[in-house]
Design a protein around this ligand. Structure first.
Ligand code: DX5
Ligand code: ZN
Length: 234
């Protein structure tokens, strides 16, 4: 069965106090720490990379749920594994753009994600695939149905790049259809989740909940975390 995982997005934390912010979230009931890794190329923002994950790992044993908004995820597998990342979620769009420009290289794309998933697993991390709001859900089916599949699908509910954006309820169709097809899959939602949007996401079938501004901006973050959890458990 699928269990709730509440993952505060550390993008909304005080990066200058990442260790204490992480401890605070775990003490308030967080299951995972969501780490947004951006390269300034796949998305128009630049955040953290393996050196920061490595520094944080020295301060916590927590599950570090790394969301890679980078153009070349393959290059990040080794450094992130060495740094102590737990989950490695890459964007399906990263290898797919090749197939648009080089239709004949379609098969290279297939091999691309197979190699990537294999490499993530052989480095001891848990592979996931993310998709942007404009990407159809069908794009991730082959990766979930593969012999060596991803173990989580992250459905973006905002355009990736920044915290604090408005939740896109129309993305819930993707979550519903995924949950119907794959009853025991971890389905993560990311962007604009909080007390006013969790019910629609949880009833669509999401069980891993990323929340940045709604948790860090709350006067009582513990209440928000438990509200998110209760909604998934309902
Ligand atoms: C956006 C990131 C999210 C972001 C969520 O690109 O993937 O994880 O931090 O922040 P909120 O919850 O504020 O939308
Ligand atoms: Zn994220």
């Amino acid at each position: 069965g699928v269990t709730p995982k509440i993952a505060p997005s550390m993008l909304s934390s005080d990066f200058a106090n990442l260790a204490s912010e992480s401890h605070r979230m775990l003490n308030l009931g967080a299951d995972w720490l969501h780490m947004d890794i951006m390269d300034g190329h796949f998305v128009p923002n630049l955040t953290i990379g393996a050196p920061v994950i490595e520094s944080l790992r020295k301060h916590t044993k927590a599950y570090l749920d790394c969301h890679l908004m980078v153009t070349n995820p393959l290059d990040y597998v080794e450094p992130l594994a060495k740094a102590g990342a737990s989950g490695f979620t890459f964007h399906v769009e990263t290898s797919k753009s090749w197939s648009f420009y080089f239709l004949l290289l379609w098969f290279f794309w297939i091999d691309d994600w197979k190699e990537l998933i294999q490499k993530i697993k052989s480095h001891g991390m848990r592979p996931g695939v993310a998709l942007k709001p404009g990407t159809p859900i069908e794009e991730v089916y082959p990766l979930v149905e593969a012999d060596n599949p991803v173990e989580m699908v992250l459905v973006m509910t905002v355009e990736p790049g920044f915290g604090g954006q408005k939740f896109m309820p129309e993305m819930m169709d993707k979550v519903r259809i995924l949950r119907m097809k794959f009853p025991s899959l971890d389905i993560e939602v990311d962007g604009g989740l909080g007390p006013s949007t969790i019910d629609v996401a949880a009833s669509a079938g999401a069980n891993c909940i990323v929340a940045g501004s709604s948790v860090f901006g709350a006067p009582e973050p513990a209440q928000v975390i438990s509200l998110l959890r209760n909604s998934v458990e309902k």
